[in-house]
Design a protein around this ligand. Structure first.
Ligand code: ADE
Length: 243
């Protein structure tokens, strides 16, 4: 899978794709990253990429010409491509969108800066506008890294254990169950007895219970009963009365 990142801050991306799971994915060729400097597509001697907003107001707006030239430089009819602008005014990213995006061959990500991007670019040259949350960042670069990280997990070979990807939080509308590791007692705080019992049937049931309990407590709105098993629904019904 290939990601093109269109930005006026190419230096932003020097670190994140060199380390950890993403670093490995890039090293092994499962994921390809190409950072494109929008400024290289400006055609005036000052390499201008922004201008004042029509109608007045604060800040500067990214001009359409350099961005559209940058997009066109990577467009390829033979590839299944998606052009996405990162903006707080986009639709909210979630695991379903992440999964859908992982089906494309190439994703072209446009990072906004300043007060925004000329609307003609967003309306006529992008397929999708995506926000990573209801807060405003200084630009779309950090959001692009989040998107690439989440989508890359679905690329075969990136995460060793496919089960990890398929069964993660959100895929069935439940948060993951909590985890503990050694030591059995840390600063006087013990690991729950059931996990030390060796009774795998009990452990499985307890984990489902914990998973449902924390989802009800923290994110009740993500629960999708139609995706739950009969056993999970039964536990959910019992726990619901408590919350
Ligand atoms: N740019 C600034 N804030 C953003 C957000 N929340 N999501 C995506 N891009 C952004």
């Amino acid at each position: 899978m290939k990601f093109y990142i269109l930005t006026i801050l190419p230096g932003y991306f020097e670190g994140p794709f060199k380390v950890g799971i993403l670093g490995k994915a890039v090293e092994r060729g499962h994921v390809k990253i190409e950072v494109i400097n929008i400024r290289d597509f400006a055609d005036d001697p000052h390499k201008t990429v922004d201008d004042l907003p029509y109608g007045g107001g604060e800040g500067m707006v990214l001009k359409p010409e350099p961005i559209v030239r940058a997009i066109e430089s990577v467009k390829n009819k033979d590839k299944k491509q998606r052009v996405i602008a990162m903006t707080p005014a986009g639709r909210l990213l979630n695991q379903k969108i992440v999964r859908e995006l992982s089906e494309f061959d190439e994703i072209i990500i446009l990072c906004g800066r300043y007060e925004g991007i000329d609307e003609r670019v967003l309306e006529h040259f992008c397929d999708d506008l995506i926000s990573i949350g209801d807060y405003v960042l200084t630009g779309g670069e950090a959001a692009a890294i989040v998107l690439i990280d989440a989508v890359s997990r679905f690329v075969p070979g990136v995460v060793g254990n496919r089960k990890c990807v398929e069964e993660d939080s959100f895929s069935r509308g439940l948060l993951d169950y909590p985890q503990w590791t050694r030591p059995a007692v840390f600063r006087g705080i013990p690991v729950p007895d059931v996990l030390l019992s060796g009774n795998h049937k009990e452990i499985r049931k307890w984990r489902i219970m914990k998973s449902i309990e924390r989802t009800l407590k923290r994110r009740p709105e993500i629960i999708r009963e139609e995706l739950l098993t009969d056993e999970e629904i039964e536990i959910l019904k019992k726990l619901k009365d408590k919350f």
